[in-house]
Ligand binder design. Structure first.
Ligand code: NAD
Length: 444
């Protein structure tokens, strides 16, 4: 790995943002498939402790006025990276000395390169969070790694040629795609998700491919659900919104204390069970429903039938997987059975709620507040940056217009801990297969 490399890039003749990206990529010696944005650039400069000096910014901005904002951001990235460089050079007294291993003696540097144990190509790599974790794990376990930010369908299967495994986030992994990967020598499919229903397992079996998925602790989603409950009950969006315009008056901000509430938990699997255990610390009454009893949950919550849960809960939180049977589990009939002003939390799956029925229940005041991390139709929305674009999703538009609805873009899982588990798991699966073991999360 190179340390302290200097890059000098003259951008004075750049005429567009795309051209700027191409130039930076070329100057930094990045392959074509390297996704380029400011986060990626920052990671790169930090990782390689590199200095990027950009000249000709004024000329570029004069040529293309829209570049001004981007160039300002680029300046900040360079500044941050420079600070990082100084820290790594030991100029910052608050930072401990580099560990000795970094200063490898010459003899060690001349050692034979270690043989790779397995090679993995990542699709949908996120340079701003997954990449540093993956690179560290790959280096520690002698794994050769390649990556792109796009999907197999957009960036092509050829990128994975010569790799033992591909890592994919949920996207088309049907028979044709698997065959295309197999034709290029890929033997293992590593799912960067808990779900693997997008992979044609029959075909994978026929091709002799092995498949692994990942897991991460349920506490991240569980705690997010509890946070949403309290955000709704304490009207925090209204409090913060009004504080933003210096309205510090109390009227209309009164909340409800979760400790005096009855919380109904539907689905007592890994996440629902954790919600119940964590909620027990708040001293609230907890009701729960699941066709399968979870003995640990039963220590803290009362199992009951669905109608009783609907009738007696102040807050209802969904933690079931989505099946044909529970499609629109919360529909007009279900809302009719609930308490007036009930709070609805959904961090599970959008299809569990009939969006139109929820809208009517909010309009009538039956539902007092809702917090939705998932939507009935969220394909193409989450996780895209659609800033400034019209969104063709009327259900979402109406829900967003309500002051008592909180929506987040399927981010309940998104913690540093979960990303580490998922990213390392993507590499650990193929590594286990290559070593003739089952992976910790073997699908096939
Ligand atoms: N928002 C996010 O970022 C995020 C992240 C991870 C998981 N999830 C979702 O959270 C949900 C729960 O995940 P988990 O890991 O706890 O799953 P799990 O399989 O451990 O638990 C699901 C539970 O739901 C129960 N169930 C199924 N149908 C039911 C019904 N009709 N009524 C009551 N219970 C029913 C099952 O018996 C099971 O106990 C899933 O829908 C999952 O997709 C969301």
């Amino acid at each position: 790995m190179e340390h302290g490399k200097d890059y000098l890039v003259d951008i004075s003749y750049v005429r567009s943002k795309e051209e700027l990206h191409r130039l930076l990529k070329k100057a930094l010696g990045l392959p074509d498939y390297y996704g380029m944005n400011l986060d990626a650039l920052y990671d790169l400069l930090s990782e390689y402790r590199a200095m990027l000096t950009v000249t000709g910014q004024d000329e570029a901005a004069a040529n293309v006025p829209e570049l001004t904002d981007y160039l300002e951001a680029l300046d900040r990235v360079c500044l941050d990276a420079e600070m990082h460089y100084e820290i790594e050079s030991g100029k910052d007294e608050n930072v401990p000395e580099e560990p000795e291993a970094e200063e490898a003696p010459e003899a060690a540097q001349e050692e034979e390169p270690k043989k790779e144990k397995v090679s993995v190509f990542f699709y949908c790599m996120r340079p701003y969070d997954m990449l540093p974790i993956a690179e560290r794990y790959a280096a520690e376990h002698d794994i050769r790694m390649g990556w792109t930010t796009g999907y197999p369908a957009t960036d092509g299967v050829d990128l994975a040629a010569g790799y033992d495994a591909v890592c994919v986030t949920p996207s088309d992994m049907g028979a044709e795609m698997l065959q295309a990967f197999a034709d290029r020598g890929v033997k293992y499919i590593s799912c960067n998700s808990i779900g693997y229903d997008h992979v044609d397992l029959e075909m994978a079996k026929e091709l002799g491919m092995r498949v692994s998925n990942v897991a991460y602790p349920p506490s991240g989603v569980a705690n997010y659900a509890i946070m949403l409950m309290m955000m709704c009950q304490r009207r925090i969006m209204q409090i913060m919104g009004r504080a933003g315009v210096q309205d510090f008056s109390l009227e209309g901000k009164i909340g409800k204390d979760i400790s005096f509430s009855t919380v109904g938990v539907i689905g007592t699997g890994k996440i629902g069970g954790t919600v119940i255990r964590h909620l027990s610390g708040f001293g609230c009454r907890i009701l729960c429903y699941d066709p399968y009893r979870n003995e640990e949950a039963a220590q803290y919550a009362e199992y009951t039938d669905l109608d009783t849960l609907f009738k007696e809960s102040d807050i209802i939180t969904l933690h079931t997987n989505a099946t044909e049977e529970n499609h629109h589990l919360l529909n007009a009939e279900a809302f009719a059975k609930m308490k007036k002003g009930v709070v609805i939390i959904n961090t599970a799956r959008g299809k569990l709620i009939d969006t139109d029925a929820l809208i009517s229940a909010i309009e009538s005041g039956k539902v007092g507040a809702a917090a939705l991390d998932v939507l009935e139709v969220e394909d193409g929305l989450y996780y895209a940056n659609l800033e400034g674009k019209p969104i063709a999703n009327r259900g979402m538009a109406v829900l967003r217009s309500f002051p008592n609805v909180i929506m987040s873009p399927h981010t309940a899982f998104y913690t540093e801990q979960a990303v580490r588990y998922m990213t390392e798991g993507c590499l650990a699966g193929p590594l286990a297969f290559a070593e003739g073991r089952d992976a910790e999360h073997t699908v096939l």
